[in-house]
Design a protein around this ligand. Structure first.
Ligand SMILES: [Fe+2]
Length: 438
């Protein structure tokens, strides 16, 4: 592990890699990767593996050969870090230090403005059509040139779409006209937002120079299940028609996040783990951006989804689940450099299956009756007193009938009101005529 944690020097000119075995002559591909690669700043050492300066590595495979070159991502955070020899932006495990280029007023202002979060895009790189972006999980995304590895443009999603944090794994389905990302806001309400990013140019209005990420917009929003926090997330699942946003019980305390820079705290100090809380799966329609289902599982932590797809009326989502988020603490740099690494609690491939067709039956509107007539005296049907539930289903055709019920359980629906189709619907086939107000 020692060599993995040594601060690297750039390899600007392409070098040939040593090939073991044979690469097919027909294989011609380019791959960009990004990751933390420099933690030592003269006399100062960053605390956490994820704090390292982002380095871009390019691998070009062609004619049976592999060429490689690398360059540090020249973000504002990187440039300042090299100048000040300290992080000027708050990083995951290291607090920020004053930027000597700013006066005391702008320093204070930058401590409470989410746009001034780090742009050290070491967390992920993604491709939108022919454009490449490096991401830091904040609102700052850097567009990079896949030839020179230079930064071409800094895109601030706070200004583009009003979001403060954004997932580093933007996703799209092959053939789709849009890519999607999950993002969140903490200054304008604790919400998660679905970002929709067109993968085609609006050359008539914007010319050829506009970037895809500059045209991101909010498709829909989900309020946080937490009063003062938003969940941490590193990726989400996507299928042909849905997104699955997984709201973990590892949450970012919004107050701590807004004040961590002023208090000299790193971002990891803003995280809270609640193992007794559920994990919530929000199924979101890609067309409307609206949540169409919510499912629960016990607490777990994950970084990456493996795959997701729709199958026979269900969404199947596979991901690499940890029992808890202690992996984040294991990446403490000094511990790793001392070869202290607890390999317990490894991620396990885990499958979650969510039925798409869920029927909600409003028990609160059930009435006691006798031989088709309502009883004069009605009492509230208490769910706790229900011992069994029978369901009568029929269609208008004689012959075989098949019904599958995966799960029956109680759901509290705060949106439930009396004016629903169920209340006013009357059907000839029904013998309980006294129910309808036709
Ligand atoms: Fe990732």
């Amino acid at each position: 592990m020692d060599n993995l944690l040594v601060s690297c020097t750039e390899q600007l000119a392409e070098i040939d890699g040593q090939v073991e075995g044979t690469i097919p002559e027909w294989l011609s591909v380019q791959m960009l990767r990004v990751g933390p690669a420099k933690w030592d700043l003269d006399d100062f050492v960053l605390n956490h593996w994820l704090d390292g300066c982002a380095m871009l590595c390019k691998f070009t495979i062609s004619q049976g050969r592999v060429k490689m070159n690398s360059k540090y991502l020249h973000s504002e955070a990187y440039n300042k870090m090299n100048q000040v020899k300290r992080p000027v932006f708050t990083e995951f495990g290291t607090r920020s230090y004053p930027d000597p280029c700013k006066n005391v007023f702008s320093r204070f202002f930058s401590q409470i403005v989410p746009s001034d979060l780090t742009d050290n895009g070491c967390v992920g790189i993604f491709k939108l059509a022919n454009e490449y972006y490096s991401s830091s999980e904040t609102c700052n995304v850097l567009k990079v040139c896949n030839h020179s590895l230079n930064v071409q443009q800094k895109i601030n999603l706070d200004k583009v779409a009003g979001v403060n944090l954004a997932c580093s794994h933007v996703q799209s389905i092959k053939g789709d006209d849009y890519a999607y990302n999950m993002s969140s806001s903490f200054l304008t309400g604790l919400k998660y937002h679905v970002l929709k990013i067109p993968l085609f140019k609006d050359t008539e209005h914007e010319g050829n120079n506009s970037s895809f990420m500059n045209r991101a917009s909010i498709l829909g929003s989900i309020p946080s299940s937490w009063k003062t926090c938003i969940a941490y997330y590193h990726s989400f699942a996507i299928t042909a028609n849905y997104l699955v946003f997984i709201e973990l019980p590892l949450v970012v305390n919004a107050f701590k996040l807004a004040t961590c820079t002023a208090k000299g705290k790193p971002l990891k100090d803003c995280l809270e783990w609640h193992p007794s809380e559920n994990t919530r799966f929000h199924v979101i329609c890609k067309r409307s951006g609206q949540s169409v289902g919510k499912y629960y599982a016990k607490a777990f932590f994950y970084f990456h989804t493996i795959n997701a797809y729709e199958d026979n009326g269900h969404i199947v989502a596979d991901l690499m689940a940890y029992e808890d988020p202690t992996i984040l603490e294991k990446w403490d740099l000094s511990a790793m450099r001392s070869n202290v690494y607890d390999d317990q609690n490894q991620a396990t491939p885990t499958r979650f299956v969510m039925p798409l067709h869920v029927q909600h039956i409003p028990l609160s509107r059930f009435f006691f009756h006798y031989q088709g007539y309502l009883q004069d005296s009605q009492v509230r049907l208490e769910p706790d007193l229900i011992r069994s539930v029978g369901i009568l289903v029929h269609d208008l055709f004689s012959g075989p009938f098949r019904l599958e019920i995966d799960y029956i359980g109680f759901v509290y629906d705060s949106q439930h009101n009396d004016i629903i189709e169920y209340e006013t619907h009357y059907h000839e086939a029904s013998s309980l005529k006294s129910y309808g107000s036709v």
